[in-house]
Design a protein around this ligand. Sequence first.
Ligand code: NBP
Length: 483
Amino acid sequence: MQQKGDIAVVGLAVMGQNLILNMNDHGFTVVAYNRTTSKVDEFLNGNAKGTNIIGAYSIKDMLSKLKKPRKVMLMVKAGEVVDQFIDSLIPQLDQGDVIIDGGNSNFADTERRVKTLKKKGIYFIGTGVSGGEEGARFGPSMMPGGMMEAWPTIKPIFKAIAAKTPNGEACCEWVGSGGAGHFVKMVHNGIEYGDMQLICEAYQFMKDLLELDNEHLSAIFTNWNQTELNSYLIEITANILKFQDKEGYVIDRILDTAGQKGTGKWTGINALDLGIPLTLIAESVFARCISAQKNTRLQAERFYGKKAYPHTPISSALLHDLQQSLLFAKIISYAQGYMLMQEASQTYNWILNYGDIALMWREGCIIRSIFLEKIKAAFDRSPQLQNLLFDDYFKSLVQKALPSVRRIVAKGIETGIAMPALTSALSFFDGFTTARLPANLLQAQRDYFGAHTYERLDKAYGQFFHTDWIGSNSNVSSSGYNV
Ligand code: NBP
């Protein structure tokens, strides 16, 4: 008799196939199912040939081939498809069976699914899986959340297949209840947008202002990969820049309009909902939006007669400033991302472990970097750390980088190189470190035109005052509200 499967994976596109092969490599018996069943045979006769992977041709067939409690992992297109598949699974599942959604689902959908399935006695886990095709095959970063009761049954599989840090720790930990896993994955993707945008801004600065060729640019990124910036994204940037095919450098033929699948946008929307100044990620999303308006940009450049960038001679001091600027902005971006997670943890009643999150991102995912070890160390030193910028190690990096950042941002502004992410990092920092901002005037304006009231510096906070700015003798004020 055929051995029963430890887990089923539904969805035999790039992520599903590679996760199954990864699970098989680690000694788990996997049942593979796909809506279009011809793909099951293609997989079994192709990449899965010679493995212990079991094919299934219907939901019933798949469930009959699993050990109990049955564990079914969905690697299908996020959105309605997940709901549809869960609906067709429910009547055939028993209490205690586990559904795992490993797609890029919106965390609010995961919260809803957890609640619905809890009522039916079925466990639900929403897990972020990062690292793309290669990660799925050889070790992704995994961010599971949902019903913790189900964690012990899937933990051995997840820990085994996840990426490992140089110390051998698995980049997979329990994140929290409800949609916490998918939330953390969403923030990961937002941070990815920021990291990528910053690299692109440094690239444009060097390409257009310093007029460096691709080989030189690649060498600089390779060099930066030996510094605190060491990361997957810097590494692939160096490779991309020097890559040539028969027609020459590929990078020079790629249209400068960026696509997006929405997780950066979700992160920005959530930050606005929670009132967190996630400026760098938001600017990175908008930078993709402006890049997508190629025709309008062509027209605008002609309309305003944009002048050529003034040539700036390369110097080691300038390159050092640029490297320091990238590091500074990266610290700000991660600090903002952690601010968002800290607020979300309170708002949605999760208990997020911030050090573990850094560990999960250390390897296997797109933002993997040495830098994340430092974040983990900061939260290990101080689990209640209020903000990454209050950690002494990061403070020393920021203070060292600050003069460089000011020089680079000034240069960009002076010469007309758009650097929205870097500039926003500096603006955020300057606001964050200013005890007294001009919001007193803003409050006065709000009170003037809308009787929105204000608090006073010389009275206890929480008391609200209204001034009759135009002598109307009205003492009616607007009800207080926070946005
Ligand atoms: P896709 O996101 O392209 O989804 C394709 C899979 O969804 C196929 O197996 C397809 O079955 C299945 N599917 C669809 Br479409 N509609 C279905 C339905 N109504 N019922 C059942 N199955 C249905 O695959 P992917 O790129 O492997 O990604 C899988 C998940 O992982 C997604 O949520 C994605 O966002 C996430 N993710 C992807 C990456 C990446 O690098 N690609 C990285 C991290 C996370 P069919 O063959 O019958 O059409």
